[in-house]
Design a protein around this ligand. Structure first.
Ligand code: G3P
Length: 229
C-alpha cells in the first residue's frame, strides 16, 4: 500500500519524506489556502521534495477552464497529478487529460457509482472521502470495500483506490485490510502510526537494563574485538 501525505505544509512534507515512507502528496484548495503560499510555487516545491505523484486541484468548474488549468498544472513538474472533482465536467476533463498522458486524481467521491464512472474516464486515482461519510452517519470504509470489490471484477480498470479524508489510524489499517492501493494521511496521523505505549515502555526498560549492565557500547566492543583478531 502506498502512503501519500495530505497537506500543503512544505516543512512537514520535507520532514516526513526523510522517513522514506512517503510515496506522494495530495493537496486541495482548502489545504493550499490554509498554508498561504502561492499555489504555483507551493506545488513546484512539493514536487521537488517528493518523487511520487503530487495532486494539484483545479478550481475551474467548466470543462474548458478545467482543461486549461489541468494542462498548466501538469506542466509544473513531471510528477503532478491533476485533481478534478467528480462532476460531469470533471470526468470529461479527466478523460481528455488522461488521453494526453496526464495522471488524474478524481476527488470528492462518495459513491460506488461515481467510482465506476471515474475508472471509465481513465482516472489514475479515485479519492473516496471516508471521514466525511462517517461524519454524516454513513460508513466510509464500506464504500472502500464496495469499490475494491467492483474494480476487482474488471482487470482492465487501471484506477488506483486512494482512500482520502482519513481521520484516525483505524482508517489506515482498515484501508490496508481491504486492499486499497493508496491512503492519504494528514501528517499528524502518519506520526500516530509509529506510536504505541508498549514500544516506549519496552525501549525504556531495554535501555535501563543495558545501562545497569555496565557493558561498553557495542561499537567500542567490536572495534576492540576486530583489532584483536
Ligand atoms: O484531500 C482531501 C481529503 O483528504 C480531505 O479530508 O479531513 O478535509 O475531509 P477532510
Amino acid at each position: 500500500m502506498k502512503f501519500f501525505i495530505d497537506t500543503a505544509d512544505l516543512d512537514e512534507i520535507q520532514a516526513l519524506a526523510a522517513t522514506g515512507l512517503v510515496d506522494g502528496v495530495t493537496t486541495n484548495p482548502s489545504l493550499i489556502a490554509k498554508h498561504g503560499a502561492a499555489m504555483a510555487d507551493r506545488i513546484a516545491d512539493i514536487c521537488a521534495a517528493v518523487p511520487g505523484p503530487v495532486s494539484a486541484e483545479v478550481t475551474a468548474t467548466d470543462i474548458e477552464g478545467m482543461l486549461a488549468e489541468g494542462r498548466a498544472l501538469a506542466a509544473i513538474a513531471d510528477n503532478v497529478a491533476v485533481k478534478v472533482p467528480l462532476t460531469e465536467s470533471g470526468l470529461r476533463a479527466c478523460k481528455t487529460l488522461s488521453n494526453e498522458g496526464t495522471k488524474v486524481n478524481v476527488t470528492l467521491c462518495f459513491s460506488a457509482a461515481q467510482a465506476i464512472l471515474a475508472a471509465k474516464a481513465g482516472a489514475s486515482f479515485i479519492s473516496p472521502f471516508v471521514g466525511r461519510l462517517d461524519d454524516i452517519g454513513q460508513n466510509g470504509m464500506e464504500l472502500i470495500a464496495d469499490i475494491v470489490e467492483i474494480y476487482e471484477q474488471y482487470p482492465d480498470f487501471e484506477t488506483e483506490i486512494l482512500v482520502a479524508s482519513v481521520r484516525h489510524p483505524v482508517h489506515v489499517v482498515e484501508a490496508a485490510r481491504l486492499g486499497a492501493d493508496v491512503v492519504t494521511v494528514p501528517p499528524k496521523i502518519l506520526k500516530q502510526l509509529f506510536q504505541h505505549p508498549l514500544t516506549d515502555k519496552g525501549l525504556a526498560a531495554f535501555l535501563a537494563d543495558w545501562a545497569a549492565s555496565g557493558q561498553a557500547p557495542i561499537l567500542e566492543q567490536l572495534e576492540k574485538k576486530n583489532g584483536a583478531d
